[in-house]
Write a protein that binds this ligand. Structure first.
Ligand code: NAD
Length: 310
């Protein structure tokens, strides 16, 4: 099989791992890593023994596929040029800054018949995949996503940065239109929202309460789904699922669902490559990325009325 030529654009905190995963695949040739920060680019290139490139435009004619792992404000401009050139793109979340940009990238990918995948990595989390199969008319969904402050990805609020993962999961497990959004957000470390608390009311009456905080003492990624036949507790970090079901015995009704733990980034990248090889739609394509962004932006609007900045 002919090797696919791949490059990673942006090898900061996350992009470095994308590059490592590609390099572990037998049918991939990682031709270069690219970063506008020359020192960082050279260091990663030396470690991985690949070519460093400081301007992504030099790679456009040299690759079949790219991962774009740069700050959100650069996503549209970089992805547009690769898609226009017929290159398959795995673009990190959030898809873009605006819905118009997202729509334009989706149309370009369609026109050029290339795979356009968005990095909503939790969809490859085996605990989330198990949850998807258990959800049945949820009544209440709760999500918490927190972590210590990091001086990265501050070009977007915590809603587009962290909460968008849960927005995407919730909309995929409960694809019902949202009727009402109540949202509260405030800042601590940055000029944007660092803490967000959101209540989504769906047209069928289900409610989702989402909290995201990028100024928290510890990292948490928890989802809870309450429905008539079960209460399901997912720890996305530990990749565990526990379920309460009504049983004859009131005790011992909490059971651990067996989960085969996986490397979700490797799974996401393998799924991208498989979509390219087979000519399939990606598991999380541009439209899903656009939908998550749409809800994130509606949440931001709902917050504006009562956003507090300390
Ligand atoms: P980072 O700041 O550590 O890395 C971004 C890198 O992009 C930097 O090295 C920067 O120099 C480089 N860069 C900026 N503009 C560039 C350009 N025009 N050309 C080439 N390189 C350029 O940030 P990060 O934490 O790695 O995040 C990067 C992206 O990945 C963001 O979109 C973020 O939302 C996403 N991300 C996703 C997840 C996830 O769970 N899916 C986790 C972390 C980050």
């Amino acid at each position: 099989m002919k090797k696919l030529k791949v490059a990673v654009i942006g090898v900061g905190h996350l992009g470095r791992f994308h590059a490592e995963k590609y390099q572990q695949l037998a049918d991939i040739e990682l031709v270069a890593v690219c970063d506008a920060d020359k020192k960082r680019c050279t260091a990663v290139a030396e470690t991985l023994k690949v070519m460093p490139v400081y301007d992504f435009r030099e790679l456009i004619d040299q690759v079949d596929a790219v991962s774009i792992v740069t700050p959100t404000m650069t996503h549209y401009a970089i992805a547009k040029q690769f898609l226009e050139a017929g290159v398959h793109v795995l673009l990190e979340k959030p898809i873009t800054e605006t819905l118009d940009e997202a729509q334009d990238l989706i149309q370009t990918a369609l026109k050029k018949q290339v795979v356009f995948q968005i990095g909503h990595i939790e969809r490859f989390n085996p605990a989330v995949i198990a949850l998807e199969k258990m959800v049945n008319k949820p009544l209440l969904i709760e999500s918490i996503r927190t972590g210590p402050f990091q001086p990265r990805n501050l070009d977007v609020s915590v809603v587009q940065d962290l909460m968008i993962h849960d927005i995407d999961i919730i909309q995929s497990i409960h694809p019902v239109p949202i009727k009402k959004i109540d949202a509260l957000g405030f800042s601590i470390m940055t000029d944007s929202t660092d803490v967000a608390n959101v209540r989504l009311t769906f047209e069928d009456g289900c409610v989702a309460n989402l909290t995201a905080n990028r100024t928290a003492p510890k990292k948490e990624r928890n989802l809870k789904v309450y429905q008539a036949d079960a209460h399901i507790f997912v720890d996305c970090q530990a990749q565990t699922v526990a379920i309460y079901r009504r049983q004859g015995e009131m005790q011992d009704s909490l059971t651990e669902h067996p989960i085969q733990k996986t490397d979700t980034l490797a799974d996401q990248i393998q799924s991208f490559i498989a979509a390219i090889r087979l000519g399939n739609q990606p598991k999380v394509g541009g439209e899903q990325g656009r939908k998550a962004l749409e809800t994130a932006l509606e949440i931001r609007l709902a917050m504006l009325e009562r956003e507090w900045v300390f």
